[in-house]
Write a protein that binds this ligand. Sequence first.
Ligand SMILES: [Cu+2]
Length: 340
Amino acid sequence: MQTSWVPFVPPSASTLSGKLDALYFYLSGVTIFFTLLISGVLIFFVIKYRRRTPWEIPRPVAGSHKLETLWSVIPFIIAMSMFVWGAQLFFEQSRPPNNAVEVYVVGKQWMWKIQHSTGQREINELHVPAGRKIKLIMTTEDVIHDFFIPAFRIKADVIPGRYTTQWFEATKPGSYYLFCAEYCGMNHSGMIGSVVVMEPTEFDDWLGGNASQQSPAVAGQQLYETLGCVSCHGAAGEGGRGPALAGLFGRQVFLSNGQTVKADEAYIRESVVNPQAKLVAGFGPIMPTFQGQVSEEQLMQILAFIKSLQIQTPGAPGPGPAATPGAVASPTTNTRSRGR
Ligand SMILES: [Cu+2]
């Protein structure tokens, strides 16, 4: 029902939104309580201790350790409760669960380009199922944008040359606003879209109805072949001139400068556009840069392909050390995981 009231908070439609609102109401409540208390006491004292005659001299006031301790300890406890509660929600929000379904987002003046891990593409629309965890892997082709879904209480900057991630689990089917929340040029205010939350079965039908598109991992494999990556980076280490790619994602990588890095999204992107930045131990600086030759969307496809390469060793499913020789699984056309 439509009312003429300006809503105090946006609609609440994710597992996070209720928790975040509770913290927000707590902060507002504490603020209102102390504003009223301090103003009330101030007015009361101003009246009670007003100067009644022109020659009145006030009595000297002695300090009180008991009072000072009390008004230090109580605010400390209140401030720490805000900090602990806020930090706990921050960590929950900034660590995507491992079983989340991945969706790739590329910002561009002035639209959001979205691709599901099963291949479906959307512009300024994001269809998601209710009750499933969704992880957004986001970057931009041009300037800084900011991916903001008020109903889910999530918002993160989308930065050129970097990947940022955020996640959510929608709870209520419906259509919700999607905004760009970072001024990004003339048509910034038009960079609006919608998130359509569907019942899981309805969502599966939607996916089925749009199934003709290629998955990012398969598109990434084609790029891996056409760009000639395959001649040095045999997926299981053959070729020998470049490090093996199978099982790379998420693993620790030893560098020629003695450091170790985790092969995450940012590392893989950097290794394609600026290969000399972090040289893998045991390999020479022979790889050319692919900066300018691959778009942000193509970089995400290459990333999806590398993620899909798992080492299959008997008795040890999942990624393992690259030194272990094993068969390499090629990406399937449907890499959707049914994480819950
Ligand atoms: Cu924008």
